[in-house]
Write a protein that binds this ligand. Structure first.
Ligand code: SF4
Length: 268
């Protein structure tokens, strides 16, 4: 007699945001998960959280001014949670060889800009303060290096891009985004999502791995993931990861990160 197919368990989740509550149902994966896989499986929820925030802004008469072909924000020091850094390494590993070669060249180019500004030393310790991160992001932005995934001013990994890229939407004139960190220039007006997936992922990873919360600049994600490949390969029961992440999302952020106007967010 053949074996009966196992019925996947479904988890009913609740994610409370300032703009509404999401109640997704998630089928539990049948095998232990890596933190990168957890991050990848929650990117769709990030989109839902952002949609609620956009709807709230629109009720106040504002509208998102981001448009296809504008890659201004993709020249910032895009901050990732550690699980998303491993996720980005997975994304690069899954690219077709001819695509991967170009992406790796652009990572090397951006790494040179980071090293030239000596920002690699700041992030290597994993304990940069909010002020140091903000200063570093200003230096990096001045270098004008595009994200290694930006092709013809569009994101080449749109479906698998990190959560901060999904959350970074503005209602101020688009041209202001190219003028960040300029004294006397008005700041951009960002959509305030209230609940950040990257913060929840950072918090959960810090607890599970018993290490401080850490910010990994996207352009350093591959090097960072390589240095931390043993932790990146660890697997946990899916229920523990998913419920742990939902709990971490409801914790208060350590810093008022909604008030910063650049992609780098202190305390994330
Ligand atoms: S991953 Fe995509 S959206 Fe994010 S900074 Fe890079 S090019 Fe821009």
């Amino acid at each position: 007699m053949g074996e009966e197919a196992a019925v996947a368990e479904v988890l009913a989740l609740e994610i409370v945001t300032p703009h509404g509550t999401l109640r997704p149902r998630l089928r539990l994966p049948p095998r232990p998960m890596r933190l990168a896989e957890l991050a990848a499986s929650f990117m769709g929820f990030s989109d839902h959280i952002v949609r609620l925030a956009v709807a709230a802004e629109e009720k106040q008469g504002k509208r998102v001014t981001c448009a296809a072909g504008c890659g201004a924000c993709c020249r910032q020091l895009v901050p990732l949670s550690p699980p998303e850094a491993w996720m980005v390494a997975d994304v690069v590993a899954a690219l077709r060889p001819e695509e991967r070669a170009g992406v790796l060249d652009r990572f090397a180019d951006a790494r040179a800009a980071i090293e030239a500004a000596r920002l690699d030393e700041l992030f290597a310790a994993g304990r940069a303060t909010a002020e140091e991160v903000t200063l570093a992001s200003a230096f990096y932005f001045q270098a004008g290096k595009a994200c290694p995934f930006l092709v013809d001013e569009s994101c080449s990994i749109h479906a698998t891009r990190p959560s901060i890229c999904r959350e970074y939407l503005v209602t101020s004139p688009a041209e202001r985004c190219a003028d960040l960190f300029q004294i006397g220039k008005p700041a951009v007006d960002r959509i305030s999502v209230g609940v950040r997936l990257s913060e929840g992922l950072s918090r959960l990873a810090a607890k599970l791995l018993d290490r401080p919360m850490e910010v990994v600049p996207l352009v350093q994600a591959l090097d960072w993931a390589d240095r931390h490949r043993e932790e990146g390969a660890l697997r946990w029961p899916p229920r523990l990861l998913i419920e742990g992440l939902v709990a971490a999302l409801s914790e208060k952020p350590e810093a008022p990160s909604d008030r910063v106007n650049q992609k780098v967010e202190p305390g994330s």
